[in-house]
Design a protein around this ligand. Structure first.
Ligand code: GUN
Ligand code: FE
Length: 475
């Protein structure tokens, strides 16, 4: 047992025995290098299994927020000696409760939060012109930006999104504000200042190519100077239709020189895909446009890809680029249907995205359900088609998302050494589903996936730090 440091100030005043006990417990755990020990059921995806349910296990989180061990509970005595903790340090989960990895939303527009749940009556290009660009143009107003961005970060965290890959708008300062807000609330995030120098419908909501590149560089520099531990910049050309070739070239170079992540949209709707073919007529296809501009790399995540050919999927595989599947958006804007099984068969990395506000829900549970629906819809037309199981889609929402964002060594499941990004799921009695004596742990997991909501997400952790419930000062 390591020596205890004396309780600070204890020689000057009396402290309530409860606080003193809590302090000593905390002190003991940090001395031993642990910040928490949990015992119960842990559910996660692994390299070989889409879902693995570990009952009666014990997990330790170290003082840097990393997973120190995950072992069967019968090893508790050995572990307690090795890691120097006592029975009273262990937090035992309640009946039916389990931990799962936090959700990774690989594609979400923070700037579209104010109109989510509305404006779903038009196809993509008309939807952008009528609803989206006028709202995004308002983000030059920092107080408007602060209100919307605070609300979207709180909403997504409450719904279990521990990592979000955000589109902001063309405005550098409000995009920096989004990064600051995600950092304050403890959400892990990639944040993109949107780049676009071509917009016929809204001449005011666009940049010159020079402005776009200079402001992107300023965005990266200022964000990196903040040294947030879990918020990173991502190069964000909106999509080929909103960017000139010269802007795409500059952004590709910038990403390459500074080894940065890249996000954009690809082959979302047929009309958009046809327009790209016309505008970039010297290129083989939509993917070739990005590829020739060095925007298809192993740090790229492209949203949608509903209309990609097999040849394009092979190019994605070859480059190590990923797809973000956004099924709610694809149906809501009647854009298309992504064949996820075909993407997986091509060995292309894939995660799930809400694509709010084209997708009307900010919950990754919704993305999971729509992905299953879409897969079942495809199988209606092909009886030999293997629909995605709920377990496979659970994998996409967690480990798959981490792979799509190149964060698979840091998050995505409960492997030792990864950071503890986790959701404590509780089948509460006033929640959206009931549990019966006959239900196995797997039944409870499946009920949560299909019926659960934020009432069941009792606690949310990012790198071992509890971010939900919100700390008092932030509510
Ligand atoms: N393509 C270009 N911009 C957007 C956007 O904001 N949302 C969606 N769904 N597709 C896009
Ligand atoms: Fe999008």
């Amino acid at each position: 047992m390591p020596d205890r440091t004396p309780f600070p100030g204890s020689e000057y005043f009396t402290i309530s025995p409860i606080i003193k006990k809590l302090y000593i417990q905390f002190d003991k755990m940090t001395c031993a290098g642990l910040s928490a020990v949990f015992k119960g059921t842990f559910v996660h995806a692994t390299a070989t299994l889409p879902m693995c349910i570990l009952e009666e296990h014990i997990l330790g989180v170290d003082s840097t927020g990393k997973i120190a061990f995950l072992e069967p509970a019968e090893k508790q005595d050995e572990l307690s000696i090795e890691w120097d903790f006592e029975c009273s340090d262990i937090r035992e989960l309640g009946e039916g409760e389990f931990f799962m990895p936090g959700f990774v939303d690989t594609h979400i527009h923070a700037s579209q939060y104010s109109f989510s749940g509305t404006a779903l009556d038009l196809p993509l290009l008309d939807w952008l012109n009528k609803y989206t660009f006028p709202v995004e143009a308002k983000f030059d107003d920092l107080s408007f930006a602060k209100d919307v961005y605070t609300k979207v970060v709180k909403r997504t965290l409450k719904n279990g999104t521990t990592t979000a890959c955000y589109f902001a708008t063309i405005h550098t300062d409000s995009s920096l504000l989004l990064a600051d807000i995600t950092n304050t609330f403890g959400q892990r995030a990639l944040v993109g200042k949107v780049c676009m120098d071509f917009n016929i419908a809204h001449q005011k909501y666009k940049e010159t190519p020079r402005e776009s590149v200079e402001e992107t560089q300023r965005f990266i520099d200022e964000l990196q100077n903040k040294q947030y531990s879990r918020v990173m910049p991502i190069i964000t050309p909106r999509f080929a239709l909103a960017c000139t070739g010269s802007l795409l070239t500059s952004l590709g170079l910038l990403a390459e020189e500074q080894n940065l992540h890249i996000q954009s949209h690809i082959s979302e709707s047929l009309k958009e895909t046809e327009a790209v073919k016309m505008l970039f007529c010297g290129f083989q296809n939509y993917s070739d446009v990005y590829d020739k501009h060095r925007l298809l790399t192993d740090k790229t995540v492209m949203a949608h890809g509903c209309h990609l050919s097999n040849e394009e999927l092979q190019l994605f595989k070859c480059r190590g680029a990923a797809i973000s599947h956004c099924p709610n958006s694809n149906i809501s804007l009647i854009s298309g249907v992504l064949d996820v099984r075909n993407v997986l068969n091509h060995g292309v990395k894939i995660g799930l995205g809400t694509d709010a506000a084209a997708g009307y829900s900010h919950s990754m549970l919704d993305a999971i359900r729509r992905a299953i629906d879409t897969s079942k819809y495809i199988s209606m037309h092909d009886s030999s088609y293997k629909t995605l199981s709920y377990k496979e889609v659970f994998r996409l929402a967690t480990l798959g998302g981490s792979e799509a964002l190149g964060l698979q060594n840091t998050i995505g499941n409960f492997e030792v050494e990864k950071e503890f990004d986790a959701l404590l799921i509780s089948p509460v009695s006033d929640g959206p589903f009931d549990v019966f004596d006959s239900d196995s742990n797997e039944d409870v997991v499946q009920k949560f996936i299909n019926l659960g909501d934020d009432r069941n997400i009792k606690e949310v952790y990012v790198a071992g730090k509890k971010v939900i419930p919100f700390p008092r000062f932030e509510v």
